[in-house]
Ligand binder design. Structure first.
Ligand code: FAD
Length: 401
């Protein structure tokens, strides 16, 4: 009986296990997670779930019965402490499990604020898992003053939720502008204006020197010497892939657990997928921190474990909800040299070009722009920029061009 062990019961781990069964694998599957809960979705943690608009049951990716039906042995609250690639075994508290194929789907953790900047004070939160929200949600009360550190998507989403709940919000971003790592100036301008319109104070180009307070955070000193008061702080300064297990087992790392297009690591029989894995993309390596990548890459690994030998070609897409705006992103905005703005009033989209080739689209409350943009990006198209820039231009016609 062939045995597949999957470490990490998150989006990628579940997707791999489920796909193995869907493809007819009849061996043993063990899905091991260190969190006490069955696999759940993370995106609502900084959106509807944090707002209190979504019950816990809706977070779960599959009903409880699924695991028994599919004969997937789910081991929860069970951190894997080591991998022995020679013996093909993984170690958990007090036992070892044998594997024929091992999938690393260990995800990532939120980068904490260093302790010498006040990271260990009470009232300081990161947002990565349900336990974080269980601690944070009761603190998000009307009239309290929240400091958000970091102007990426998690920080901005948390700021939007906080305003809806009636907190006062200041967001600081050390880089010259919000969304500097992931989006163009135009998209940053759009979201800055959106947040300011909802009463968030955004300070860019100014970092945090240190949080202030004895046990509990009471304020912050910024890098320009400004001091401000706050009752709680959310730290959204990026994530670090969970690579320690892999590294200790001799698996090669390169900005994450390095995999080839098939999802194989440098060690035979060990695969990786999801937030922990860095994969070849164009002329570089990337980690794609998104649900769609976690699903697609993990499913590709499942097929390849079964011998498909199929390369995974990522088709990145991502979304974010802030206030009543839904942002949808297709493609990866890297190494672009021009951005075309399509401003249709409520529906706005930003189209990223490398030369004449469309490589990504940010669509704000513009599902049509997103849908057409995604197809053009995936086709490697060079659409007419004048048609895109004209809000009355025939976008759909670009698909036929
Ligand atoms: P994870 O979901 O992190 O799962 C990994 C699991 O492995 C975790 O449960 C971890 O505890 C466990 N683990 C790690 N080490 C061990 C070990 N040694 N033993 C056992 N278990 C272990 N993506 C989008 O596309 N759109 C969004 O809007 C969006 N919003 C997000 C909002 C938030 C607040 C967060 C946190 C993420 C968001 N993402 C979003 C990203 C998306 O959720 C991730 O890309 C996705 O969850 C990655 O799945 P994964 O399985 O690789 O990792």
């Amino acid at each position: 009986m062939r045995r597949v062990v999957v470490i990490g019961a998150g989006q990628a781990g579940l997707s791999c296990a489920a796909k193995l069964r869907a493809e007819g694998f009849d061996g043993e599957i063990t899905l091991i997670g260190d969190e006490p809960l069955a696999p759940y979705q993370r995106p609502p943690l900084s959106k509807a779930y944090l707002l209190g608009d979504m019950p816990l049951e809706r977070l779960f990716l599959r009903p409880e019965a699924f695991y028994a039906e599919q004969e997937i042995a789910l081991r929860l609250g069970a951190p894997v402490t080591g991998i022995d690639p020679g013996a093909k075994q993984v170690a958990l508290a007090g036992e070892t499990l044998d594997y024929d194929d091992l999938v690393l789907a260990t995800g990532a953790r939120a980068r904490p604020l260093p302790e010498d900047q006040g990271g260990a004070l009470g009232g300081v939160f990161t947002i990565r898992d349900l336990a974080d929200i269980d601690r944070l949600a009761p603190e998000m009360r009307q009239g309290r003053r929240l400091l958000v550190i970091g102007g990426g998507y998690i920080g901005l989403e948390a700021a939007a939720v906080a305003r809806k709940l009636g907190l006062e919000v200041v967001l600081v971003e050390a880089a010259p502008r919000i969304l500097g790592r992931v989006a163009c100036v135009e998209t940053a301008d759009y979201f800055r204006a959106l947040h300011q319109g909802h009463g968030v104070e955004i300070r860019e180009g100014v970092g945090l020197a240190s949080l202030l307070g004895d046990d509990q955070v009471t304020g912050a000193e910024l890098s320009d010497g400004t001091r401000l008061d706050c009752d709680l702080a959310i730290v959204g300064i990026g994530i670090t892939p969970e690579t320690e297990l892999a590294a200790a087992a001799g698996v090669a790392l390169d900005q994450g657990i390095a995999v080839n297009a098939m999802g194989q690591t440098s060690v035979p029989g060990i695969w990786a997928a999801g937030d922990c894995a860095s994969l070849p993309f164009e002329d570089t390596r990337v980690r794609l921190e998104s649900v769609q990548n976690a699903i697609d890459q993990a499913e590709a690994v499942a097929r390849n474990i079964l011998g498909a030998e199929a390369a995974y070609l990522p088709r990145p897409w991502f979304w974010s909800d802030q206030y009543d705006v839904k942002l949808q992103i297709a493609g990866l905005a890297r190494e672009y040299d021009g951005v075309v703005v399509r401003d249709g009033g409520k529906a706005v989209s930003h189209w990223y070009f490398r030369g004449s080739r469309l490589i990504a689209v940010d669509a704000m409350s513009d599902p049509r722009g997103y849908m057409i943009g995604k197809r053009l990006v995936e086709a490697g198209a060079a659409p007419d920029q004048a048609v895109i820039a004209d809000p009355a231009g025939d976008l759909k016609g670009l698909l036929r061009a």
